[in-house]
Design a protein around this ligand. Sequence first.
Ligand SMILES: [Zn+2]
Length: 596
Amino acid sequence: MARRGSVGGRCTVVMVVCVGVLLGCLASQAYAVDTIFVGGAVVTMEGEGDVFEALAVTDGRIAAIGAEAEIRGLRVSGTKVVDLAGGALLPGLIEAHAHPLVTAVLGQMADVSGFTHESRAAVMGTLRAAAEETWVGDWILAYGWDPVMVPDLSPLTLAELDEIAPERPMLVLTQMLHQAYINTAGYEEVGISKTTPPPGGGGEFQKDASGELNGVLYEVGAIDAILGRLPEPPTGALELLLSLQQAKYAVAGYTTVGVLGARARNDNPIPLYARLADAGSAPVRSMVYALPAQLETEIAEAPAHRRFALKGVKLYVDGSPYTGGAAFADPYRDTALTRERMGLVAGHRGHVMYEHDALRDEVRRHHAAGRQIAVHVQGEVAIDLTLDVFDEVLAEVPRDDHRHRLEHNALITGAQLARAKRLGLTPSFFIDHIYFYGASLPDIVGQTRAARFMPLGSARRAGHRASIHTDNPATPIGPFRALRTAVTRTTRDGNTVLGPEERVSTYEGLEALTIDAAWQMFEDEERGSLRVGKVADFVVLSRNPLDVPADDLDEIEVVETWIDGARVRTSPWTWNNATLAVRVAASMARSFLLGE
Ligand SMILES: [Zn+2]
């Protein structure tokens, strides 16, 4: 039979069995095939070389995979035929780690990012414009301050912020969300003074040498303390924003999104994800890892649609490499970039946010409760602490196949990867650091450490099933940019290949976006590859990635996305969104007219 790609004996057997099983079903009962996909490559991700001609869907699940003639033969009246038009059908992509609601909310703020600004003057211009635009009395909010990507971006001072916004509260969030700047009116609005105790969670309301607040909110604990005190948005607004945001992931080819710490505000946004899934129209599935405090809330699962699941808990052990928060074993380099733009002192090392015993108790609590644990770790010190703690807890309370996760892993070493493998921990890599920050990394950590940043190749050689992620909003949605980066390790300026030995093949990169990401979420029995009986979650692509030169991988276009055997509607004009919009308008009218 004709097939694309290489043909392996095993695949032929698999296919014959698939079709055989299906024919058996057809013989025994009325078996209506809803949809068939033909005219392109069906890339199953069940094994390299498993590429077929056609696929059939019945009742939201894959019914058969095989040669076009055989699959066409399964048609009954009413079977829909989707022509792949020379493109490819793959399992729906899986974003291993993102923050959809944070992205949705931050999308409403003034954008001061390095994706759209090239100089400090330009960034300051945007901040000034933002201060003029918003209504008097409102917060002025900006997101994306990025001293690594914007070449001359020295730290924002409290005096500058007070000059831009002398009366109204103003908050500027850094791109990686591990630091923020606030003005004097902002401190007053949320009731923070120099005598306010630290916010917890490793956060700091930073002060200058004379003990006065200096406008810097350091780390997640301090930022979340402020976000939680911002005015409430109108009823339904967050839900609408989240729904619109989820459609953007679907447009990019994702069918499942890992929500690693549902941050945004102090109140718990997880029920929002569950409600949207319950409405049945959620454009992507949400696999949520809650912050510890959020586990107290009763959360209704949505089993009918399976577009929401509470998977586990998210912990932060260190911070971002670009705010000095990553707990590296060796100091940051002392360069103009680290000193003048990132504001670090010579010899700076990031610190871990937990004492050993405190982290052990936290991990033991969640592990003993049977939860999957995902831990934010970037530097070797944070990773060592985390591995030590898991070593202890697993010795006390053994559990097979726990798949506890290590998130980001900038400088994880070969020895740490081997130890993580022995302990059953699984890494997810923030591969975009190479693309967006790779050109600056030698100035932050030096050439040698830069070359081993986000070592996906080493992880695979150590036997790991690793995933890759964009940590959106930390970097923009872009699965094929992430794939290209994993495969080429090329930086955005195109001039450097950073750590060529960490490159992986296109097939391996796709595994990190599909089946291996599914495995990390305990979803591999249902999705992540194309196999008879699995759920019909697909992405239709303009080209088969396995036939595309590595440098062009980010030019692949997503034609459409399918969940549960149905094409995902990515237009904002869905019935559910319209209903939410009406609720928002009603709530705004009430507060305007009645002052509620
Ligand atoms: Zn994250």
